[in-house]
Ligand binder design. Sequence first.
Ligand code: AMP
Ligand code: ZN
Length: 497
Amino acid sequence: MSATSLHLFNSLTRKLEAFHPVHAGEARVYSCGPTVYNYPHIGNMRAYVFADLLGRTLSFKGYRLTHVINITDVGHLTDDADEGEDKMEKMAAERAQSIWDIAKHYTQAYWADVKALNIRQPAEWSVATDYIDEMLEFAISIAEKHCYELDSGLYFDVSTVKDYGRLARAVTEEGEGRIDTVEGKRNAADFAIWRKTPPGEKRQMEWDSPWGKGAPGWHLECSVMSGKLLGFPFDIHTGGIDHREIHHPNEIAQNQAFCGCGSLSEAGNSGARIWMHNNFLVERSGKMSKSAGEFLRLQLLIDKGYHPLAYRMMCLQAHYRSELEFSWEGLEAALTRLKRLVMAVERLRERLDEIPAEPAGGWTLEWAHGEVGGALLPFLARFDEAMADDLNSPIALTVLEELLSIKKMDPAHKYQLLAVMDAVLGLGLTTLCRADLRLRPGSAAITEAQIEDALVRRKQARAEKDFATSDALRDELAAKGVEVMDGDPLGWEWKLG
Ligand code: AMP
Ligand code: ZN
């Protein structure tokens, strides 16, 4: 079996491209992180499940991964196109709290979701306000050639770089420009890299600069942190598909200015070689929002009794470039699929005398290739083929399911192969057991111990053919929202509705 070369869809060229790392054997990835003014919704978390899947695939393929995710605690305006207020300032004013406290609270909440979704820790969480000096240095170095000053700030002149907007060309070609309301801008798409504090005002977060007191622009932050921590050009820059239209074209323009680079036809002139974007998670009613309707946070799913990894499963069932519609039925189905996998692994574990330990270099393709021989190799090859094809997790999942369903294979090798696949998918299959997947909804009026106790008594009544008592116990449980599931194929005896 030979490994399939990794191909990824580059939004910059709108093509699948073979991955050739900038530094041999390494992969350096930057992902735009959350703006910590509120809880992330599960759509936001799809972006990080995707970035994690990418990172895990790169590790599986043997690359030494350096992943950076930033935390935006300043500079992201209520409108991506430089309009409106700073999201952090706005929330702080509404709550009468300090921005620092707000940032701390929502960063912690984001990290809790990261952990619950089995998203691996990146090498670095870079916090925007830790890089103000570097941002000023960067801005000063490009100011003379590429920027101009207005009363409201220092603006980047997009006509000073070649191919501005290439990444967003679908939009530009259709002529859907942005509404420009800042007076004095030379081009509608020009954007602030430094926003001055208006005279007579005091912002909670402001710093001195050659252009007066103010705060950095959001786009500047990502250019600076990615360049500083990964070095230009680095391999892959990720974000949600909305970033393809404004945020990333602006980052690219700054990177070109900073590097003194020419046209974007040169791989890497944009700062990163490959720009990847996940599509949106949507609700039936349209785009997911933090303000309209039910705010879909991961905690809401948990409160309703869904294990968070059911949401990860839901994400993996769709290709990252496809739009994914959220529904509670869909989540239920994803949970059932996860339960089936966990049950199959539990059974496999029972057949093992000893659980195979993770190899020193991790569960990689190369290790698996050397260790797991014969009849199991085609499964590894097909799994590799799926992931190497622009992270086709829906296909990879079916290969994993097939692997678990085949009989008469050496259980230790089967387990090792499963562990390798799960190191990529991150569903926690080597550690989860069925009991972990049973979450009690926050609204439940009965504890697990009470349910188990009632079920033991019911079993005893049935053994004694006392069906009246058995039925009464069943009805009692039903009244408390517990459905008894006799003969469930997955071996679950009850479920909370
Ligand atoms: P933000 O905190 O708004 O900067 O967003 C964090 C990440 O979530 C960014 O990469 C966005 O592009 C991404 N994102 C926002 N909404 C969605 C959505 N509904 N589905 C998937 N990704 C999203
Ligand atoms: Zn960014």
